[in-house]
Design a protein around this ligand. Structure first.
Ligand code: AVJ
Length: 322
């Protein structure tokens, strides 16, 4: 059956409840922190698209370079009939894979998986026109908890691009990869994008660009909280911070309170106090070495079969199988 179909594995108000839970836990904890998934309201998604075009932010270009070179090899190795994308792409990168699988004559179905229904609709419907005969079976689900993949359609190629795996803390990654492996059948594959360890000055610049787009992206999180939880954050009273944690080998983004202030979060019925200089961690973005990727995949029951990087060795793409 061609055309666009959506399977909802989350209730319509799931985002609101999940944000309330995350905000209650994260804003009353020490240190304060919030999961990066809340960046991506409409404005946050726009800002992220702008980030991917910044001169300092190399990951998107680097990954696209690898896919342009290697999509045909991925199609040949996997023979995938179904392309499953964690985090609905609708990006040029997704199309490089769809084109290669179509050229190989195996492409039948695209399964974008995302927590955002609007992102799924945008991704899915834009592909229907360009890929006549393609079945798009979108899944509204939080893939860090449960994929909810439709059965059948194998061999399936699951792709998790952009380096978004790095947003998960090590223990979360272990659980995610094991959970993903548990849903793969023999003959399925995983294509995983991971940003690589490099000169900290290059890494920090990619998360603290001269034009201030990443700063706006980071501060936009406070506008999401204001709107969704009736809070009264003043984004201008928080400074954007991006730093390299050499021990954990990850970039951290934080919002630093410029003064002693108390913020009302009406929906949670709790005042949130910030001391001058206190920081709210808004994202970690882990950077990898090939050995760590291979080890974490192996620990989850996945065997790395191919490892590719861009010319400059900035970003890594791994193909693995159960
Ligand atoms: C979309 C999660 C891969 O971690 O590089 C970009 C998000 N944060 N600039 C990343 C992001 C700041 C991006 N991922």
């Amino acid at each position: 059956m061609t055309g666009y179909r959506l399977t909802r594995l989350l209730p319509p108000d799931h985002l609101h409840h999940a944000l309330r839970t995350d905000a209650r836990e994260g804003l009353s904890g020490r240190p304060k922190r919030l999961p990066p998934k809340w960046f991506y309201d409409a404005r946050g998604s726009e800002l992220f698209e702008e980030i991917t075009r910044l001169p300092e932010y190399y990951p998107t270009r680097a990954e696209r370079e690898i896919l342009a070179d290697r999509a045909a090899a991925v199609a040949a190795a996997t023979g995938a009939r179904t392309l499953v994308e964690l985090g609905s792409g609708s990006s040029e990168k997704t199309r490089l894979l769809l084109d290669a699988l179509r050229a190989a004559g195996t492409l039948e179905r695209y399964v974008p998986v995302d927590v955002s229904e609007s992102a799924l609709a945008a991704a899915g419907k834009s592909l229907i026109d360009d890929y006549p005969g393609l079945e798009v079976s979108a899944v509204l689900s939080d893939f860090t908890r449960s994929l909810g993949l439709p059965d059948g359609g194998g061999p399936r190629l699951v792709v998790f691009l952009g380096g978004t795996l790095g947003n998960l803390l090590p223990a979360e990654r272990t659980g995610f990869l094991a959970g993903l492996r548990a849903q793969l059948m023999p003959g399925d594959w995983l294509l995983l994008g991971t940003d690589l360890v490099k000169d900290p000055a290059v890494l920090v610049a990619a998360y603290d660009d001269a034009a201030g787009v990443t700063a706006a992206f980071n501060r936009n999180l406070l506008s999401v909280l204001n709107r969704e939880l009736s809070a009264d954050f003043d984004p201008e009273q928080f400074a954007h911070v991006a730093l390299w944690d050499a021990e954990n080998e990850w970039i951290e983004m934080r919002l630093r309170s410029l003064r002693d202030q108390t913020v009302k979060v009406t929906e949670l019925g709790l005042p949130v106090h910030f001391e001058a200089g206190e920081e709210l961690r808004t994202e970690v973005s882990a950077k990898f070495r090939r050995e760590r990727v291979e080890r974490e995949l192996f620990a989850a029951g996945l065997r790395l079969t191919d490892w590719w990087t861009d010319e400059e060795g900035r970003f890594g793409l791994s193909l693995s199988r159960p």
